[in-house]
Design a protein around this ligand. Sequence first.
Ligand code: SF4
Ligand code: SF4
Length: 456
Amino acid sequence: MSDAQSPTDFDPVEPNTGEDFEPVDVFPDSNDFDLRPGADSCFKCSVCDTNCPVAEVDDDFPGPKFQGPEQWRLKQTDDDYEIDDSVMSCSNCMRCDNACPSGVPLSQMHNTARGEYVENQMSKTDLEYWRNRILSNYRLSASIASKVPRLATWGMNFGPARWLMEKTMGVTKERDFPDFATQTFREWWAERGGADASRRNAQQRREELGLDRNADKKVAYFHGCYSNYNTVDVAKAMVRVYEHYGYEVVAPEQKCSGTPMFANGMLEDARRHAEVNVSSMSDLVDQGYDAIASCTSCSMALRQEYPELFDIDGIEKVSSNTFEAVEYLRIHEDVKEDVQEAQVSGELAEEFAYHAPCHARNQGLERQSVELFRDLEGAGIEDVGESCSGISGTYGWKEEKYEKSMEIGEEMFDHMEHAEGEVGMTECPTCAMQMEHGTGYEIRHPLELLEAAIVE
Ligand code: SF4
Ligand code: SF4
C-alpha cells in the first residue's frame, strides 16, 4: 500500500480492455481444513508482509507471515505455545491472501488463530472482549436501534455519549455513526408484497422482454445488515435492477454474514449466524436460486470464509452458488451493452471517485465498476487506486486503532481529492464510511448508478 507515489503522479488503474468478463476461480481448494499444506507452501518471500496495510503503519504488528505459517508451526511444535496477542491487530482485510504467490491460506490461518486466542486466552471479563463483541454483533444493535431510528441516530452521535463510549468501551468518538433508516429494507420488502410481488414483476418484465414468462431466472438476495438497517436504497436498487432483467427475487431469513465476527475472533457467534444463512440459502439453491450479495464482504464470507472455517451441511453448495450482485449480471446479462446505450441525469449524473474494497479484489472484482460505467453517458468514473481504505469493518472504530486506520486511508483520501468528481463510489459499506469520513464526499453504491442508468 503506501507507495511513495504523490497524488500528482498517481496513475489510475486502466480498465480491462477485454470484451468478455470471465469470473475468477478464487477458491479452488477451500474445502480443506488442514492448514499444514498451506504452511508448508510458505517459502518466506515476505511478499505478504510488504502488502499488509497494518504492518505498514503499526511497528508492533509482526505481519501476515508470522501470524500465519510461522505461528502455526510454533503451535505444532509446542503444546504450550500461546497465540501472540498481536493477531488481534490484523484487520482481516485479506490483502495478504491475494499477495501470496504460493497460495498460502493466510486469512484462514489468521482467523483460526484469532478464534483460538479469543476462546482460550482472552479474558471474558475484559472490556476489550465486550467492546469487540458489541462491535461484531452490529446486527443486534442495529435491530434495536431500528425500532426508534431517529432517536437512535441522534443518541449515537450525541457528543457526551460518544465521549463516554470512548472512555469506557474504547469506541472512537471521532467517527459519525451511520443514520438508521426510518424503514428497513425488510419492512419495505414486506410492504411491497415480498417474493410474490417480485415474481409478478419479474413475469411481467419477461413478457416485455419477449422471454418465456416462466423462465428460470431467480435469485436469493443476501442483503446483509447494513443494506437492511442503514443504506436501504442500495437494497431497493438491487431488487429493481434484478427485476428489470426479469429475475424473481426472494429475501430469505438471514443473519449477519459474520464478517465483523471473523475479524474479532468471535467464531462461535459467526458459526451461529452462518448456520442460519447456510440453511436458508442451501434450501433455495436446491430450488434453483443463486445467492446474490450487494456487499463484497458478505459475498466473500459466504464464498470463502464459511467453507474455510465451518463444517455445516450445505456449505459447499452455498459457497459455489454465491455471487456479488453486479458480477452475476455481468455473467448472465448484456449489462455492459445496456449501460453503453443508457444515459443518466439528475442526482446521479456525477463524476465518481471509485474505490475497490479489498474484499472485492480478493474476488477478482476490482475493475468491474470502472469497466461497466466508463461509457455511461451523463456520468464518469475514476479508479482511485489500489490502497486499502483503512477502516476494515470494526478495526477503524476501535479507539486505539483509529489513527492507524486514518493513516492507512491517507493515500485513498489523497487520490479521491485529486480525482475529478466529488462523489465517491464503492461496494463496501464500511469503506464508504471511511471515504466519507476522510473526504466529506457523499458515497454511492454501483447498484444505485446501475438502477439510475437502466431502470425506468
Ligand atoms: S507471501 Fe506467501 S510464501 Fe511469501 S512469506 Fe507470505 S505466506 Fe510465505
Ligand atoms: S489480513 Fe490484512 S491486516 Fe491481516 S495480516 Fe493480512 S494483510 Fe495484514
